[in-house]
Design a protein around this ligand. Structure first.
Ligand code: T4K
Length: 370
């Protein structure tokens, strides 16, 4: 019998009957979007859950990134990582910024603060690091460089929902942090995203920008965009929040099985555990080292044969895509750590509906290969 497919992730869907009353409510009051009651309620609930001051909801994380850059009036060059989903750098191009790629640290695969300074020029105005896989960047070192050179810091925190260090939410670092609530994320609203901001004035500017720049019925103060989250998405988010403890617990259990089972498999290295007090286990990345009996790509193909759809996040590097590769900072010689990591990484399946049996099926393929 063919094994049922296992995916790298699958969204958590609460029981449908729990969503029906929300739909009835939306049908009754006929407010579908433009900052309706569910939108407002979700913003409040997320501030509380995440431990942040202000949040502006968006229709997706990419529009939130683009708007964050607009809100801070970022111009010129922005230092960022090649080791991320392509939306990180695309948001810079959409904003007319020039991405300047800096290599990552080998342990976390996050932007290496020690290499930022050498990439700063008179045109540099901001840094856009990514908390890759939800593992926090070296936020204090990044802030020191930013302060020295008067640069803004916008975190792409698409993976970092709910992650905390010993000061609280990692979303409070930098000038702004941007979340994604895409279906593949720990917390999802089908599509969705948010900007976390430190003060009411910035949130107000962001709220105007995501609503075409309108401040009232007849006044437009900026060339804004339509980035609003609809009531259906917001209501689904509120429902997801109720199930988040279960979601987080199950993810942690799965991560624990992988760690225990894989720690003595030669030449398989589990990433993660880099300074967070509360992790979200949004991904489970491993490195397939060169002495493993088969290549990363052969292992990826072998897993597929057993119905296991692992993913090579993040291969290719952003700097390998045609719109970036001719930039001087995109040269492989500038990015040796990221270049190696992209050839070794494999993200293993992790999501609440995955059973222990499924997890052991994944592990057994990795052990058989070794
Ligand atoms: N910054 C970073 C660092 C990001 O990782 C992302 C998004 C963004 C910014 C931008 O945020 P958004 O604008 O997306 O809010 C996925 C997601 O589309 C993307 O959101 C995510 N990062 C990226 C890492 O992964 P794909 O092309 O790999 O997704 P896809 O469709 O292959 O889905 C992966 C697996 O998930 C499927 O094999 C099955 C499962 N799946 C997926 C969907 C969409 C489901 O079971 N149900 C679903 O509805 O990009």
């Amino acid at each position: 019998m063919k094994n049922k497919p296992i995916y790298v992730t699958q969204p958590y869907l609460p029981p449908l009957d729990e969503f029906i009353p929300h739909l009835t409510q939306i049908w009754d009051n006929k407010v579908l979007t433009n900052g309706g009651p569910y939108h407002q309620e979700l913003e409040k609930a997320l501030c509380e859950y995440l431990g942040v001051k202000h949040i502006a909801l968006f229709s997706n994380g990419t529009l939130a990134l683009i708007t964050a850059l607009q809100a801070l009036r970022v111009t010129g060059e922005v230092i960022t990582t090649p080791y991320s989903f392509v939306a990180t750098a695309h948001s810079l191009l959409w904003n007319g910024n020039r991405p300047v790629f800096v290599d990552v640290e080998p342990g976390s695969l996050n932007l290496d603060p020690a290499k930022i300074e050498a990439a700063i020029t008179p045109q540099t105005t901001a840094i856009m690091p990514v908390h890759c896989y939800g593992n926090p960047c070296d936020v204090h070192a990044i802030q020191r460089v930013a302060d020295n050179y008067n640069l803004k810091v916008i975190y792409d925190a698409a993976h970092a929902f709910g992650v905390r260090d010993d000061h609280g939410s990692v979303l409070n670092y930098g000038d702004l942090s941007v979340l994604s609530f895409h279906a593949t994320k720990v917390f999802n609203t089908f599509e969705g995203g948010a900007i976390v901001c430190p003060d009411a004035k910035t949130k107000q500017r962001i709220d105007h920008l995501k609503n075409f720049g309108f401040v009232d019925e007849t006044t437009v103060v900026a060339p804004g965009i339509n980035g609003k989250m609809s009531e259906i998405n917001a209501a689904f988010g509120l429902l997801q929040l109720k199930h988040l403890d279960h979601i987080m617990r199950r993810r942690a259990e799965i991560a624990e099985i992988y760690r225990q089972e894989l720690h003595d498999v030669p030449n398989i290295v589990c990433l993660g555990d880099t300074g967070q007090i509360v992790a979200n286990n949004s991904y489970f990345p491993i490195l397939v080292e060169s002495d493993y009996p088969m290549s990363r790509d052969a292992l990826y193909a072998q897993l597929k044969e057993y119905g296991v759809n692992a993913r090579r996040y993040f291969y290719p590097l952003i700097t390998d895509f045609p719109m970036y590769r001719s930039l001087p900072s995109a040269a492989q010689s500038n990015l040796p750590v990221a270049t190696k990591a992209a050839l070794k990484v494999l993200c293993l399946p992790i999501y609440p509906a995955l059973t222990d049996e499924d997890v052991f099926r994944v592990v057994s393929v990795l052990k058989r290969g070794a």
